[in-house]
Ligand binder design. Structure first.
Ligand code: ADP
Length: 375
């Protein structure tokens, strides 16, 4: 299959911030973009063709396919059957609906990891009644994100989450790592630097990403090797966010894979030669992959709506933060603030990772988002 060249049209299912950043970082290549999502979604303001509808609506997905030369997505919770149907009619979709089908279901993901011999948290059973050893981690098989659908069960008397689930060993985590891996249509692979993710205990959302991860070269190599292996095992085409655990004994374990640009890859926009969004577009159009080299150490922090916030966005410390060298602010243009909603992020670069961490902590203390609490 020959590469899609500009001014070809890339159709994106999902118009959130990931789709929005994909467009503004890839329009410069000369491509055009069609976006399906509900009215007012962040990416719609930049799209060449706007389709309003649900991500689960088969007709809307078919309409998007008609408008586009290649289809991709920026979220996993979409209508896979509609994509499978289009795929069988030779519509170009990357990553393929088969990849999506596996990733949408944590049980299928786990089975693939085990089949391919990839190190991951031991998996006991999909039936709570057969579990004898606690504590254990329950994960609902489908529709989980940002830690929703994950619960540590301390004993058999703990209330379990509703829905079909898997149960896996509680890992004694030292650090959570992530690697962005891109794979093009011809199977060529380019790997971004290994990063460290820190989760805010208040809401379980990944709050901070540190690039490069402060780990030994051996651990970084293990992380890269596992991340590449899983993308190959999936036969994935596009960009993949691979989440890993480093346990206290120094073992790197696979947690899960996202078949799309990922929060842990936002830092690439300021800190790498090619960013994750352009890389995704290069991969799905069949173009050569870009250089993934890290130019400067960087820290990314999500800008979340503060607890108790709602209504229109109110910014605090914006102008003061803007004075800080190396800071790049991204606001996604979402209409309403909600507690812990991802409203934007910032990345700060510096000569050393220690300096970048220090700057990020300072910016975190001054730059905040609340709501006017009027609606
Ligand atoms: P989601 O798909 O909602 O992002 P994850 O599988 O990434 O869910 O889990 C969310 C978080 O829960 C992880 O980042 C990690 O902090 C914790 N977690 C998940 N699985 C385990 C495990 N087996 N042992 C310890 N902590 C875990």
């Amino acid at each position: 299959m020959s590469a899609l060249l500009p001014p070809g049209i890339i159709g994106i299912i999902g118009g959130g911030q990931l789709g929005q950043m994909m467009i503004y970082r890839s329009k410069k290549l000369g491509f055009r973009f069609a976006v399906l999502d509900v009215k007012g979604s962040p990416a719609h303001s930049l799209a060449d063709i706007v389709i309003e509808g649900s991500l689960k609506d088969k007709d809307a997905i078919e309409q998007l396919a008609k408008e586009s030369d290649v289809l991709t997505y920026e979220i996993e919770h979409i209508n896979t059957n509609a994509l499978m149907d289009l795929h069988s009619k030779n519509c170009s979709i990357f990553p393929s609906p088969d990849v999506l089908h596996i990733i949408q279901d944590k049980l299928l993901q786990k089975e693939l990891f085990i089949k391919k011999g990839l190190p991951c948290a031991p998996y006991f059973s999909d039936d709570i009644n057969s579990i004898k050893k606690f504590p254990i981690v329950q994960k609902t098989r489908k529709e989980g994100y940002d830690g929703r659908g994950v619960k540590v069960l301390k004993s058999e008397t703990d209330e379990i989450l509703k829905g079909a689930s898997i149960f896996e060993e509680l890992i004694d985590i030292d650090k959570e790592l992530a690697v962005m891996v891109s794979r093009s249509r011809d199977g060529s692979i380019a790997v971004f630097p290994v990063t460290e993710m820190a989760f805010n205990p208040d809401h379980n959302i990944c709050d901070t990403v540190i690039a490069p991860a402060r780990v030994s070269e051996k651990i970084a190599e293990d992380a890269r090797e596992i991340a590449v292996s899983v993308v190959k095992a999936l036969d994935g085409v596009g960009i993949f966010g691979v989440e890993l655990f480093l346990d206290k004994k120094g073992n790197v374990l696979l947690n899960e894979v996202a078949p799309r640009p990922h929060n842990s890859g936002h830092y690439t926009m300021e800190a790498c030669v090619t960013c994750q969004f352009e890389q995704h577009v290069r991969a799905v159009t069949g173009l050569p992959l870009g250089d993934t080299k890290l130019l400067r150490p960087a820290v990314m922090l999500n800008l979340l709506g503060q607890a108790g916030s709602n209504g229109k966005m109110v910014l605090h410390g914006y102008e003061e933060a803007m004075k800080i060298p190396g800071l790049s602010i991204h606001l996604y243009g979402k209409n309403d603030v909600k507690p812990f909603r991802k409203m934007g992020h910032f990345t700060v670069t510096a000569d050393t990772i220690e300096e970048a961490v220090k700057k990020a902590e300072h910016i975190r203390s001054i730059l905040k988002i609340s709501g006017d609490n009027k609606s």
